[in-house]
Design a binder for this molecule. Structure first.
Ligand code: PGA
Length: 258
């Protein structure tokens, strides 16, 4: 498939880390480090409690705000949940949906992912839809089947325009937080497969415009070789996004991808 230029997107998923003061300190340091960076979309995804403070700390900068999850309903009797209008209200542009930890520990399914994606899009939030196989699934030759299930299940009913507001993050579960990154070839193979799925479900043109991030033990030392792959358009970074310096290094490496 012909490659078109897609602006790289580097997102930091802070997971269950950072108090408000820690979040503001990290954001302030990151803001200073990436102030001169152009041509890369930079996103931070703090926990819900720090969203408002981080939103203030990035005001007027080149950093965007994401949440780590969203509920599919806008309001009502759903104790403990946070809705898309609330995320928009606090300044989010993005929301991570279907992260493997949510699938593994909190019962997230393709169906709930799809409902959340639609709720996010209805409120002008860009979903970062996470997909990825377990080690056992890779070892038994089921990677493509799992990826197809996650991707097609997550985007059911989306128009081409809606799909283009989404980002897909390929995160092999065996590479998350393990220090074990997929090789650039392994990442490229799955990214290319995902683009093929989107070409089938929508069109080659739509598929060629969509940003597909890689995630799973991304760090400054492996960013360049991953980003050099033609279908790797960015990174979803966990551990290495918790320090301003390492995350800023990853962001800067993505610039050369342009
Ligand atoms: P990691 O996490 O970079 O710590 O492996 C990535 C993710 O889960 O998004």
């Amino acid at each position: 498939m012909e490659r078109t230029m897609r602006t790289p997107i580097i997102a930091g998923n802070w997971k269950l880390n950072k108090t408000i003061s820690e979040a503001v300190a990290l954001t302030t340091a990151l803001r200073a480090s990436v102030a001169d960076v152009n041509g890369v979309e930079i996103i931070v995804a703090p926990p819900f409690t720090a969203l408002a403070a981080v939103s203030d700390a990035i005001a007027g900068s080149n950093i965007c705000l994401s949440a780590q999850d969203v509920y599919s309903e806008d309001s009502g009797a759903f104790t403990g949940e946070v809705s898309a209008p609330m995320l928009k209200d606090v300044g989010c542009d993005y929301v991570i949906i279907g992260h493997s930890e949510r699938r593994q520990y909190f019962g997230e399914t393709n169906e709930s992912v799809n409902q959340k994606v639609k709720a996010a899009l209805a409120h002008d939030l860009k979903p970062i839809i996470c997909v990825g196989e377990l080690l056992e699934e890779r070892e038994t030759g089921r990677t493509e089947a799992v990826i197809e299930d996650h991707v097609t299940g997550g985007i059911v009913g989306l128009s081409a325009a809606e799909l283009l507001s989404c980002v897909i993050a390929y995160e092999p579960v065996w590479a998350i937080g393990t220090g074990k990154t997929a090789t650039p070839d392994q990442a490229q193979e799955v990214h290319n497969f995902i683009r093929g799925l989107l070409a089938k479900s929508h069109s080659v043109e739509t598929a060629s415009q969509l940003c597909i991030q890689y995630g799973g033990s991304v760090k400054p030392e492996n960013t360049a070789e991953l980003m050099a792959q033609p279908d790797v358009d960015g990174a979803l970074v966990g551990g290495a996004s918790l320090e301003a310096e390492s995350f800023a290094q990853i962001v800067k490496m993505a610039v050369s991808r342009q």
